[in-house]
Design a protein around this ligand. Structure first.
Ligand code: E4P
Length: 213
């Protein structure tokens, strides 16, 4: 299972990367805007830290605009994956870009049939947003389960990125379902490591060790 960090914060990316378990990064216009930095320089810096895919999103609404943005984005670094919104024009753009060998991550996916359309268009990745579905009382992880089943039925090699992750249980469920990737905020990645009984157990072992002659 691959772990991506869902952030544009360089400090968090560095810290996660030092752990040696970071496989990639996803950004979006909101995450980029939080950093208050010039876009291209920020993405260049992130690509310098992470050797895996760095996902960055187009902002055009028409296929032509998305395609030309994508072609500019991939010039920034060899590991750029272009995020394209799951709308009609987006699917047109994905079809063209995938034929040209440009990897796309189709984002803002909220239904299994949307994911089917993205795979048919040639998306390298699909991003179902589980937390945002949970927020409106839909079971986000059910969407992931259905996408995995559909992709397995037809042998699509589009990788499933579980996105909009809010807590470690989303990561657990994603792993149990066999999702390819979980993209998560830095805090969730930290929570995956920690358990209070591990800390308590370690303290006790170290205290007892002091009694050993
Ligand atoms: C994924 O690529 C998106 O950047 C992200 O997971 C959105 O998550 P949010 O619902 O927490 O904004």
């Amino acid at each position: 299972m691959k772990f991506f960090l869902d952030t544009a914060n360089v400090e968090q990316i560095r810290k996660a990367s030092e752990l040696g378990l970071l496989d990639g990064v996803t950004t979006n216009p909101t995450l980029i805007s939080r950093e208050g930095r010039e876009f291209k320089g920020l993405i260049e810096e992130i690509c310098g830290i992470v050797s895996g895919p760095v996902n960055t999103e187009v902002v055009s609404r028409d296929a032509e605009g998305m395609i030309s943005e994508a072609k500019e984005l991939v010039k920034i670094a060899g590991n750029i994956v272009v995020k394209i919104p799951l709308i009609r024009e987006g699917l047109k753009a994905v079809k063209v870009l995938s034929a040209e060998g440009i990897k796309t991550n189709v984002t803002l996916c909220f239904s299994p049939v949307q994911a089917l359309m993205a795979a048919k268009a040639g998306a390298a990745y699909i991003s179902p947003f589980v937390g945002r579905l949970d927020d409106i009382s839909h079971r986000g992880m059910e969407l992931v389960e259905q996408i995995i089943a559909i992709y397995e039925n037809y042998g699509y090699d589009t990788e499933v990125i579980v996105a909009s992750i809010r807590n470690p249980l989303h990561v657990l469920d994603a792993a149990l379902m066999g999702a390819d990737i979980a993209t998560m905020p830095y805090g969730v990645m930290e929570h995956l490591i920690n358990h209070p009984l591990t800390g308590i157990g370690l303290e006790k072992f170290l205290a007892d060790w002091k009694k050993v002659g």
